[in-house]
Structures are given as structure tokens and as C-alpha cells.
Design a binder for this molecule. Structure first.
Ligand SMILES: [Zn+2]
Length: 92
């Protein structure tokens, strides 16, 4: 009975793989590699666009902490690279 379940489970996975164009172990390796690359890129993007960094000050200009291009105080994101800018709260 347990063997039967494993067989059906395996056939289910095989069906899912075929549905994604994965027909061989090499295809599966390639798909998993692509997936891990995408996961790395996604976490890099989340960091870049979702985590605010304080801008740098240099020669009276306010600069993006990521790319070093000028940002203006109304920019929530760097116009050059898209980095989320974390402005300090105004002192009251
Ligand atoms: Zn930038």
C-alpha cells in the first residue's frame, strides 16, 4: 500500500515536470539552477527597492547610497538606480 502511494506520488511529480517542459534529470537540474538564480535576484531586488538607506552628503549635494548619483529631497527612490531612500525624520 505504501509502495502504491509512492508510485502515484512519483507519477504526480513526473506529470508536473512534463507540464513545465522538464523531461530529463538534466532539465530538472537546469530548472533548479534557474530557480536558485531567480531567488538570489529576487532577494537582491527586495533589498534594493524595499530597504531604505540613508543618503550620503557630499559637497552640499545629497547622493544615493547605492549609485552615488544626486537625489532630491522629494525622491523616495533614487531616479537613477531605484534604491529606496531613507530620509531622516525632521527635527522638531
Ligand atoms: Zn541610486
Amino acid at each position: 500500500m505504501a509502495e502504491m502511494f509512492k508510485y502515484e506520488e512519483g507519477m504526480g511529480y513526473a506529470e508536473v515536470c512534463r507540464g513545465h517542459g522538464i523531461g530529463s534529470p538534466e532539465d530538472l537540474d537546469s530548472a533548479l539552477w534557474d530557480y536558485s538564480q531567480l531567488a538570489d535576484q529576487a532577494s537582491e531586488m527586495i533589498k534594493h527597492f524595499g530597504t531604505a538607506m540613508e543618503p550620503r552628503l557630499s559637497g552640499g549635494l545629497v547622493l544615493c547610497p547605492s549609485c552615488g548619483k544626486q537625489v532630491l529631497y522629494w525622491n523616495r527612490y533614487c531616479p537613477s538606480c531605484g534604491r529606496k531612500i531613507g530620509w531622516k525624520k525632521k527635527r522638531s
